[in-house]
Write a protein that binds this ligand. Structure first.
Ligand SMILES: [Zn+2]
Length: 707
């Protein structure tokens, strides 16, 4: 394996195969979809929804498919499956059939949507074995409506009841695929004490996770085989998402899943960063090998206080859709309920109509063959699920802190799953970042060691490699030899004043810090003490009392404990931070840590990026090789609602200068700004193209037409 510091480089054969399928016209339809729509049907809709208006709306958005509710909780057709209760307003109607016919008349594919998670008291009485139980063996009622009870995925509910509905729908309707909502669970593992689950390892353990994954794969394959009983081209898929904290093993699902459906509908109110959608897109890219991924935008008001029937801010909805396509996913609009024909709040309808029609004009620029980035960020799914961080620490903070620093540094990067560290996955990256990737197997550490031996560079923080893949602590870092570090004691937290870092000598990682008016910079909240190293760059000044100020002074003020360990081996550059610097940056907002992280990432990646975008503003950048050439995406996050939705309005940023190294033999004929609807002049010099995007309101896509 040869590691390249500069794009363009060898494309993994598997990635290329997936990409070619995604773009090719002979590919199955579900790999060619560009837009998806769903009005999630309520019990009242059989007498409220205007089916013709519904179908016309989706056709006007140029969607490729609609999801229509079969359900499992309430039937939307004249079912004969026992315990599939018909809704109060269904009467004798074939509501599903009417919707299906109206969609088909307009050339739309129809996916039958089911929900296997809940059923009623009559089912509980007849089939007590179908339902989840608490520790006392009692059924678990739904908090919002105690007439409904939670079903268990390990029972025959999933292998008898759901298949009966699926086969009934197949027999009655011209459906193109089957979909389940609410299963598998997102971001958490079930806790159930039913007779089946009592035989399983305790929930929350890795042993349980393995059973959970095996059951998920088994049911997925079962449902897919039922979908194919209707037509060989039909398929099954499920509601997924959960970002880096997905509950099911993402690599297994990535292999199974034709269509990765991200139930990631938006933010609102709570302190969540604007990049919640792009982060999901990066996860999909890491596990899907270019197959279909859709991200749901809830037209309704998402967040801790919800209004299912009221539209969210138009700007927020638009940014979520921007992020969807920028990160390589397909946009999917989700509306709930068709009161008075098509919902009472018609503000939900127009933003997506405008956005979807805009993308429809430019599809060939949104069909991506591969991501252009030479920096990989390991996403550590096992660490997200099983690592126990210090008391009170929130797991997403590690990735959010790193993510923010990468945006501030305007880096292009991909996510890399820890189970996909083989040479053919890594050889496009000049450097990998491991943000507190605590759980790594010996084999994975061996792959990282081989990557470094081949010239790759690494940056890791805090407890990276201190646990094996089963969450068993190690006495020392498994990557100790790679970084030249040894653990010297248990994790040290902060009581009062956090530790600081003393500048010992100049280094590129300290640019803008060393040589200024200070000898010391911010440390972090937690650190792993490590053995002294030769010629340290930063050393730890231990924390001390913050109050009273009489005692707020460093003592001792100088130690030989490293606050960073930096080494170069051959072509590889290696950086280890003993502190949880990325997480501390997220919590404290300290600019020293942001600068330190940006400098360190720049240094390990050799200072070379395949694409740079220079200008003011906080942006997120993507660059893709597309069906039509190349595309550089600029998302403008410069907004007071960047860390807490909903966005009220956009704050435009000025000129952004783009520089991109073109692959050998590729010629660009035109640079078109898809949002501004204007071409811009460009220069090509020695395989490097430069041009300027004059202004970005919320989003711009510079489409490089290339033969
Ligand atoms: Zn159970």
């Amino acid at each position: 394996m040869e590691i390249n510091r500069r794009e363009f480089v060898a494309v993994p054969a598997a990635a290329l195969a997936g990409a070619m399928v995604a773009g090719a016209s002979e590919a199955p339809w579900q790999r060619r979809i560009r837009r998806i729509g769903q009005l999630n049907m309520t019990e009242h809709d059989p007498v409220a929804l205007d089916i013709e208006a519904w179908a016309d709306y989706w056709a006007s958005l140029k969607v490729d498919a609609v999801l229509v509710s079969v359900t499992g909780i309430l039937a939307f057709y004249q079912t004969k499956v026992p315990f599939h209760r018909k809704g109060r307003f269904l009467g004798n109607r074939d509501f599903f059939g009417d919707c299906c016919a109206a969609a088909k008349k307009r050339g739309l594919h129809v996916i039958a949507r089911m929900s296997p998670d809940l059923n009623w008291a009559d089912a509980l009485e007849a089939h007590p074995e179908w339902f989840q139980r608490d520790a006392e063996g009692k059924e678990i009622a739904l908090g919002e409506d105690p007439r409904l009870f939670r079903t268990c995925m390990f029972t025959t509910y999933m292998t008898d009841y759901m298949p009966a509905i699926m086969r009934e729908v197949n027999s009655l309707y011209d459906v193109d695929g089957l979909f389940t909502n609410a299963w598998p669970p997102l971001g958490h593992l079930p806790v159930c004490h039913c007779a089946q689950c009592r035989r399983l390892p305790a929930s929350g353990t890795i042993d349980y996770w393995e059973k959970f994954n095996a059951r998920t794969v088994y049911l997925w394959k079962l449902y897919d085989s039922i979908a194919k009983e209707k037509r060989a081209a039909n398929f099954y898929f499920a509601n997924l998402g959960g970002g880096i904290r997905s509950s099911a093993n993402l690599v297994q699902l990535g292999e199974l899943s034709e269509w990765f459906q991200c139930d990631n509908q938006g933010r609102g109110g709570a302190g969540l960063p604007m990049w919640g959608c792009t982060l999901q897109g990066r996860v999909c890219r890491a596990v899907q090998q270019g197959k279909m991924a859709t991200n749901v935008t809830g037209a309704w008001s998402t967040g801790p206080i919800r209004w299912r029937n009221i539209a969210k801010s138009r700007a927020e909805a638009r940014m979520w859709m921007n992020e969807t396509v920028a990160s390589g996913m397909v946009p999917y609009l989700h509306i709930i309920g068709g009161e008075t024909g098509m919902g009472e709040d018609r503000r939900a309808l127009e933003p997506a109509r405008e956005f979807f029609n805009w993308t429809a004009k430019h599809d060939s620029h949104f069909i991506n063959k591969r991501s252009i980035a030479n920096l990989g960020v390991v996403m550590g799914q096992r660490t997200q699920l099983f690592y126990r961080p210090p008391h009170g620490v929130s797991m997403p903070d590690y990735m959010n802190g790193l993510y923010y620093a990468l945006l501030e540094g305007r880096f292009l990067f991909d996510f890399v799953h820890e189970e996909k560290l083989a040479p053919e996955e890594l050889n496009k990256y000049a450097a990998l970042v491991l943000p507190n990737t605590a759980l790594l197997s010996d084999a994975q550490c061996g792959q990282l060691r081989a990557y470094v031996a081949a010239g790759g560079s690494l940056l890791a923080t805090f407890e990276t490699s201190l646990y094996d893949e089963r969450n068993q602590p190690r006495r020392d870092f498994a990557l100790a030899d790679v970084f030249g570090i040894h653990k010297a004691g248990a994790v040290i937290g902060t009581n009062g004043n956090a530790y600081s870092a003393r500048i010992e000598r100049r280094h590129a990682i300290l640019d803008g810090l060393a040589g200024t008016a200070t000898n010391i910079i911010a440390g972090a909240e937690y650190r792993v003490p490590v053995d002294p190293v030769a010629a340290p760059i930063l050393t730890v000044v231990p924390g001390f009392v913050a109050y009273p100020p009489e005692l707020a002074y460093p003592y001792p003020s100088h130690t030989n404990e490293p606050a960073i360990v930096v080494r170069e081996t051959g072509k590889s550059r290696l950086v280890y931070f003993p502190g949880d610097v990325e997480r501390t940056m997220w919590r404290a907002g300290h600019t020293d840590l942001s600068r330190l992280l940006r400098n360190a990432v720049r240094w390990v990646s050799g200072g070379q990026q395949p694409v740079t975008v220079e200008g003011d503003g906080v942006t997120e950048l993507f660059a893709w090789e597309t069906q039509a050439g190349f595309a550089v995406h600029v998302l403008n996050y410069t907004n007071p609602a960047m860390h807490r939705g909903l966005i009220r309005k956009f704050y435009p940023i000025g000129a952004q200068k783009v520089t991109m190294h073109l692959p050998t033999g590729r010629r660009v004929t035109r640079v078109e700004l898809l949002r501004a609807a204007a071409d811009v002049p460009f220069q090509v010099d020695g395989g490097t193209i430069t041009f300027v995007i004059p202004r970005v309101v919320d989003y711009e896509v510079a489409a490089l037409h290339s033969a």
